[in-house]
Design a protein around this ligand. Sequence first.
Ligand code: GTP
Ligand code: MG
Length: 370
Amino acid sequence: PEYISVANLGLALGVKQHVFLAQLAELGFEDISKESILQGETAALVAQEYGFEPTVDVGEEKDLKPRPTPEDTSALPQRPPVVTIMGHVDHGKTTLLDYLRKSSVAAGEHGGITQHIGAFSVRMSSGRDITFLDTPGHAAFLKMRQRGANVTDIVILVVAADDSVKPQTLEALKHARAAKVPMIVAITKVDKSDANVDRVKSDLAAQGVEIEDYGGDVQVVSVSGKTGAGMDDLEETILLQSDMMDIRAETDGMAEGWVLESSIKPIGRVATVLVKRGTLRPGDFIAAGMVYCKIRSLRNEAGVEVDEAPPGTAVEILGWKDPPDAGDMVLQAPSKDKAEGATRYRQELKDREEDVATMAVQGEERRERE
Ligand code: GTP
Ligand code: MG
């Protein structure tokens, strides 16, 4: 069970009640009686003090879990690749993205009112889509990675031709390597008079980046976000890379994704969510961390309402009671109860962790006093 009374725990451990209560007090419990209820993990910690190795039933059915990944994905529909742009400050990441956004077929369709939601899909002239993420906050990126998330399929490392490798280039390189996803180097600002592409290449090679000019397999594309030079080449390189990876996902079933960013706007609390599996629609229930949401509406990067967000797309979601945290996983729930229940359960787990942490600190202090 998830909870146990002190009386029952004492019985289970075979300790006399008054002895047990005294020992619990010594362990740092305050205001404890035989009727006190301990949470499973706390009880387990106590049991360990008595030399037991308990297992705790954490009541998994209360939480939402991602679906297992099918072993064979070859029959699933293809989804757009998710590409993250990283690089040193001012090296031209946003300019490059803006260029792509404006040249998108979709941008032409809705007049190209660009919203800066930091994530958007571009329809290539070939009719294929690529989803781009502007450098996510490092904290959120780290958080997603710690949970084993491959939020991104491909990383584009942006290096300015007039500035070459800089501290944040190395930082981005570290992230890309840790994410274990293929990297494409985009050397930007090649239109500038002091551009030196060769220097960038040799500086990267010196950092152990195995670029193709040096016999490696990391593709390097020279571009300008100002003139558009090399942009077709960059798009082609991305699509080629994603074809090699054969990126597919279910469009049906309970959806999964990640919170990329969240904010409060005049229209309410919004969060940009990258859908990785399944399809989100208005009216769906989702949970992210300790908050849930009945989706009121979905909007694309142009602020246009859409009826659905299939895998590999990023959308702004309205309808949150509280803003979710960037980096949190998003899971669709079959009902409001399930979504709400999961967030409540997660809150309980968190409180419990805090209880255990407090106990550990109190125990430490007690030992120091003795
Ligand atoms: P942060 O988001 O602040 O890290 O910067 P960023 O990497 O997004 O750079 P951004 O796109 O904002 O560009 C920084 C400056 O470089 C701006 O003044 C751009 O106009 C300029 N710039 C970006 N790309 C190019 C390019 O290809 N050629 C030229 N000449 N200037 C560029
Ligand atoms: Mg920028």
